[in-house]
Design a protein around this ligand. Structure first.
Ligand code: G5P
Ligand code: MG
Length: 226
């Protein structure tokens, strides 16, 4: 049986985690689990957990670690027989340690995108809430303005993409991501990519995954895009 492959993608809000994850999942056949989509599903279902997480997500605050791990780890346990890619989890050291107790990641991708680029992207982002499909009016517009390509349902914008909420999300991200990045660096599985365009970063990630998924992980390196 082929070795299972477990990866995570980290990066600030709007860095392209969702966009790149979709390409990875399509290209390499990994199961894809986004913490943001998962939380929005809980909110839409109005479960007890959903009502609680809404108070954090709507204020652009991180959901407490014990809630995140209680929600995400059982979902990951269900996927134990599969290769997967996590988007947005783990986001704190405590989440990373809880995940480590469940399984060892093979690879972590970290995206470093300048703030100005993030601000421009998010102010132009539209989402199909039911599926989590993401559009950008300049980069990947829907075929029909304001409508999801697959279902034709209306697209919406998130409140937490407004500039003041974005600044707060970025500050949170930087504070909490550093120890997580340090942890994965020390484990030799962190790969960082810098740039302003997903299409220019993608070939490097594609090539990294091609190598890693078809050989035993033996080395770790930092990749910088031009
Ligand atoms: P999420 O949903 O994980 P964020 O804030 O981490 O949300 P977000 O906003 O989903 O991240 P992304 O996935 O990194 O961003 O980026 P994306 O959606 O792919 O791309 C952003 C936009 O840019 C899109 O419109 C895309 O089309 C466009 N784009 C991409 N590449 C390019 C390009 O090259 N050029 C151009 N022009 N455009 C491009 O989390 C939401 C909330 O849930 C909670 C928190 O409250 C969080 O705020 N949460 C957690 N709380 C605690 N712990 C966790 N682990 C949590 N996970 C989620
Ligand atoms: Mg996302």
């Amino acid at each position: 049986m082929a070795k299972l492959f477990r990866a995570a993608i980290m990066g600030p809000p709007g860095s392209g985690k969702g966009t790149i994850s979709k390409r990875i999942a399509d290209r390499f056949g990994l199961q894809y689990l986004s913490s943001g989509h998962f939380l929005r599903d809980c909110m839409a279902a109005n479960t007890e957990a959903g009502v609680m997480v809404r108070t954090y997500v709507e204020r652009s605050m991180l959901v407490p670690d014990h809630v995140m791990t209680r929600l995400m780890l059982p979902r990951l346990e269900q996927l134990m027989g599969h290769s997967w890619l996590l988007d947005g989890f783990p986001r704190t050291l405590s989440q990373a340690q809880a995940l480590n107790n469940l399984c060892q990641l093979d690879l972590v991708i970290s995206l470093n995108i300048p703030y100005e680029t993030l601000r421009e992207r998010l102010s132009d982002r539209w989402i199909h809430p039911a599926s989590g499909r993401v559009y950008n009016m300049g980069f990947n517009p829907p075929q029909v303005k304001g409508k999801d390509d697959i279902t034709g349902e209306p697209l919406i914008q998130h409140d937490d993409d407004k500039p003041e909420a974005l600044m707060s999300r970025l500050r949170h991200y930087k504070d909490v991501a550093k120890p997580v990045i340090d942890l994965y660096k020390s484990q030799g599985i962190l790969h960082s990519f810098s740039g302003t365009e997903t299409d220019r970063i993608w070939p490097y990630i594609n090539s990294l995954l091609n190598t890693k998924m078809h050989t035993q992980p033996s080395d770790a390196f930092q990749t910088r895009t031009p």
